[in-house]
Write a protein that binds this ligand. Structure first.
Ligand code: NAD
Length: 308
């Protein structure tokens, strides 16, 4: 089986009624996956809408000869998430792929934002992701196979004006991804993250939507990366950036650093700041404990050198 072959695989995609999620759903169904198209059909800020976005995508998939069911629950509703997973098992018998894609925006600078709006954004992007992933995780572990995808954002990794809640959530899912990549590895469950760049309803009013050539960033140009990340050949624990035909990986590097000794004073840290920051080369760490090991190693090297 290759990444192009999703025959017999079952995929749940949240927020799949439009934009990126719709594109992922169509692509996976075209490659043989049975797809659960989740979407309550919200407005960009998470408000209610009467649009049956999920139903429309299911109709498209079926018209093309694929298999899909619609789910209109919100990822913020625990009972709805449970019933989405139950409906998936009733209809298709298993869950192989979960793409956490649902998203909303409530942008405002931090000194003006209503904290309830921040919490609502966290609820969709972060708690929703945790909730959906927690619901399918035991199924994937028990069957010895699973592919979970988080959706992060460059604004979570690097920051952006007015997006405190959004960036907090999008950075937090990276920590979750790193943990699940470690915990799922021995059970055949791989967890990765996509950082998309695409023209969509969500990016209409942003720097992407404002570009005269925004058409060159269709959601479909992200989809090949996503299909790879949820296929059998998927890597594990990777952050893939994709958009407009370009693909890159984000690592979380840290400088080599310097050993200043256990008695280092704040002034020593200040005086060595350029060295601490620049270091000799950049390390790419596999996990949190790798940093403990690194620092312990530096302390051991130093004690070997100067006998401290
Ligand atoms: P979009 O607005 O077109 O699609 C988001 C979908 O999520 C909508 O169909 C919406 O109804 C659905 N949704 C909202 N709240 C939900 C909930 N509680 N439960 C289930 N579904 C819900 O936006 P998009 O650009 O396709 O965004 C998809 C994902 O990609 C989001 O997580 C977004 O933050 C992320 N993202 C997008 C870009 C980009 O360039 N478009 C960049 C970085 C990250």
């Amino acid at each position: 089986m290759t990444t192009n072959d999703f025959e017999g695989r079952v995929a749940i995609i949240t927020g799949a009624g439009r934009g990126l999620g719709r594109s992922y759903a169509l692509a996976l169904a075209a490659r043989g996956a049975k797809v659960v198209v989740n979407d309550p059909g919200s407005s960009v800020d998470g408000g209610a809408s009467t649009e049956d976005a999920a139903g429309s995508v299911v109709a498209e998939i079926r018209a093309a000869g694929g298999e899909a069911i619609a789910d209109h629950g919100s990822v913020t509703d625990p009972a709805a998430v449970r019933s989405m997973v139950d409906a998936t098992l009733d209809a298709f018998g298993r869950v192989d792929v979960l793409i956490n894609n649902a998203g909303i925006l409530r942008d405002r600078s931090f000194h003006k934002v209503d904290l309830d709006d921040v919490l609502t954004v966290l609820d969709v992007h972060l708690t929703g992701t945790l909730r959906c992933t927690h619901a399918v995780w035991p199924l994937m572990r028990d069957q010895g196979y699973g592919r979970v995808l988080m959706t992060s954002s460059q604004n979570g990794t690097y920051g952006n004006f007015g997006q405190a809640g959004y960036a907090t959530a999008k950075a937090a899912v990276l920590g979750l991804m790193k943990v699940l990549a470690i915990e799922g590895a021995s059970k055949g469950v791989h967890t990765n993250t996509i950082v998309p760049v695409a023209r969509s309803r969500m990016t209409e009013g942003t720097i992407i939507g404002d570009q005269t050539d925004a058409e060159s960033l269709p959601p479909e140009s992200v989809t090949s990366g996503v299909v790879y990340l949820v296929g059998e050949d998927a890597p594990n624990g990777v952050i893939l950036n994709a958009g407009g035909g370009a693909f890159s990986v984000t690592e979380l590097p840290e400088t080599r650093g310097v050993f200043l000794g256990r008695d280092a004073r704040p002034e020593d840290v200040r005086d060595h700041w350029d060295e601490i920051r620049a270091g000799g080369y950049v390390d790419v760490l596999e996990n949190g404990p790798a940093q403990f090991t690194k620092f312990l190693g530096m302390a051991r090297d130093a004690s070997g050198r100067d006998g401290t």
